[in-house]
Design a protein around this ligand. Structure first.
Ligand code: NAD
Length: 283
């Protein structure tokens, strides 16, 4: 079998076009949807991510307000700034780029963001809303993965999904979203004794660990859908996922590539959350 590709770039393009349409509709009623992005310090990867977020926003017609601060910014000052943005009606979404400098408590900073503007979906209130099935903001990466499954018309009800990785921003929310669609969900992690025994039972595998070649062809049931969240550098320095793509594509029914899979979808879902925040605030 040679798996069909789920093209994250193409799907993200479609989603950006939808967001651009919703942005136009808001502007027609005099609302300028805006995202505030806070970058503290000079972490090189964060600078690249933030640049993408600003560009993606402008391309879709959203206003991105980038605020850069030195690594020596006091936590209290950052909290004050977030408080001001929470109260500013011209700002609909607030994103604090992680990681923050070591002297700051990231949890405290994220909790300072109003849940109504928490477009990253990292606030405890957002996690709780997902858990109990209430409206909130879903974290962008797992939400993007779900949209990829939807894009192939995959019926999750009654299927067995195995999520590898239990981080708060990917694995756990992914599991909740799949459960919300009535899949049977297994979450695997570093202490899972026999990962292959789990994944071989899966109709859907979501790999979110950060280890190259974690998922190999012998671990995949023929025809399964394989979503690769991982972002690693291989020996040649090229971006690769957690899945041995060349091997697994011969067994799986569907597979996402790296690059061009979950990455662009994550970026697109931030725009979706931002326009959603602006629509909710001005409904
Ligand atoms: P994390 O380090 O917080 O979590 C990794 C998880 O993997 C942990 O739950 C750990 O228990 C589990 N794990 C480690 N070794 C394992 C093993 N041998 N078998 C099974 N599970 C194991 O990471 P994260 O933030 O969730 O990110 C995971 C990966 O996804 C990273 O490569 C990251 O770069 C990538 N990522 C990609 C995107 C994207 O947009 N494409 C977004 C977020 C994260």
């Amino acid at each position: 079998m040679t798996a069909q590709l789920i093209d994250g770039n193409a799907l993200a393009r479609q989603i950006r076009a939808e967001v651009a349409g919703r942005t136009q509709a808001l502007k027609a009623r005099g609302v300028e949807p805006a995202l505030a992005i806070i970058l503290v310090g000079d972490d090189p990867a964060s600078q690249v991510y933030v640049k993408h977020k600003v560009n993606d926003s402008s391309e879709t017609g959203l206003t991105a307000k980038l605020e850069r601060y030195g690594a020596d910014l006091a936590e209290a000052e950052l909290l004050e700034r977030i408080d001001a943005l929470n109260k500013d009606p011209s700002v609909h979404g607030i994103l604090v780029q992680l990681p923050l400098p070591k002297h700051m408590d990231s949890h405290k900073v994220i909790e300072a963001i109003s849940p109504a503007k928490d477009v990253d979906g990292f606030h405890v209130a957002s996690a709780g809303a997902l858990m109990v099935g209430q409206p909130g903001f879903w974290p962008c990466t797992p939400h993007g993965c779900l949209r990829m499954l939807d894009s192939i018309g995959y019926e999750l009800r009654g299927r067995h999904a195995v999520v590898i990785g239990r981080s708060n921003i990917v694995g756990k929310p992914m599991a909740m979203m799949l459960l919300g669609r009535s899949a049977t969900v297994t979450i695997c992690h570093s202490a899972t004794a026999d990962l292959g025994a789990m994944t071989r039972q899966a109709d859907v595998i979501v790999a979110a660990v950060g280890r190259q070649n974690l998922v190999t062809a012998d671990m995949v049931k023929p025809g399964a859908v394989v979503i690769d969240v991982g972002m690693n550098r291989n020996a040649e320095g090229k971006l690769c996922g957690d899945v041995d793509f060349d091997g697994v594509k011969e067994v799986a029914g569907w597979i996402t590539p790296v690059p061009g899979g979950v990455g662009p979808m994550t970026r697109a879902m931030l725009l979706v959350n931002t326009i959603e925040a602006a629509e909710r605030a001005t409904a």
